[in-house]
Design a protein around this ligand. Structure first.
Ligand code: IMP
Ligand code: MG
Length: 181
């Protein structure tokens, strides 16, 4: 499909095509279906970045589950503000349920660390694990790693497939490196 040339001019290179992403999600979906078989699973997706990841991954998890979406932001431009903003405060009831957090990308670890601790502190979940589409090979500010990772990437700023730069590029069907700003 041909995207607006002005958008493509902003991109350095395509890292993962849509078909490569979907093949990897086949594997993760299968693994999650095995690991959570017979357990009460609640998937909590961090919006807006994980919107495409969530929708494509959920179709590949073949066991019963519940979902909840949390709207959170920490980035402005290509730098983390270090300040996690929750747009809602009540978490869905996950007492005695196994929570799987979904996020688009793990970078400093601040977002996942903050959300995981909030769920652990405010609910009686049976377990809290995380699954990210991308994990940057960087030193984390917080000591956290994801339990399931789609792809490990270098320390580059990427957009597309839900990931944004100031809310742009989320609708690209692939993941691309943005030209250096
Ligand atoms: P962390 O809190 O530093 O781990 O960052 C996690 C959040 O920052 C992600 O949910 C993304 O929204 C955003 N983020 C980090 N790196 C990138 C990137 O390369 N492109 C787009 N968003 C990013
Ligand atoms: Mg995000």
């Amino acid at each position: 499909m041909c995207y607006d040339l002005y958008v493509e001019q902003d991109l350095d290179k395509i890292l993962y095509s849509e078909s490569t992403i979907l093949s990897r999600l086949d594997e993760i979906g299968w693994q999650l279906s095995q690991d959570y078989k017979g357990k009460n699973l609640t998937v909590v997706a961090i919006m807006n970045g994980s919107i495409m990841f969530m929708s494509d991954l959920l179709k590949r998890i073949i066991i019963p589950l519940q979902i909840d979406c949390w709207s959170i932001s920490s980035y402005h431009g290509s730098k983390s503000t270090g300040n996690i903003k929750f747009r809602q405060h009540d978490i869905v009831d996950v007492k005695d349920r196994h929570v799987l957090l979904l996020d688009d990308i793990l970078d400093s670890g601040l977002t996942l660390h903050t959300i995981k601790n909030k769920i652990l502190a405010e609910s009686n979940a049976s377990s809290v694990k995380s699954c990210v589409l991308l994990s940057k090979k960087v030193k984390r500010i917080k000591d956290i790693e994801a339990d399931y990772v789609g792809f490990e990437i270098e320390n580059e700023f990427v957009v597309g497939y839900g990931l944004d730069y100031n809310e742009h590029y989320r609708n690209l069907p692939y993941i691309a490196v943005l030209k250096t700003l």
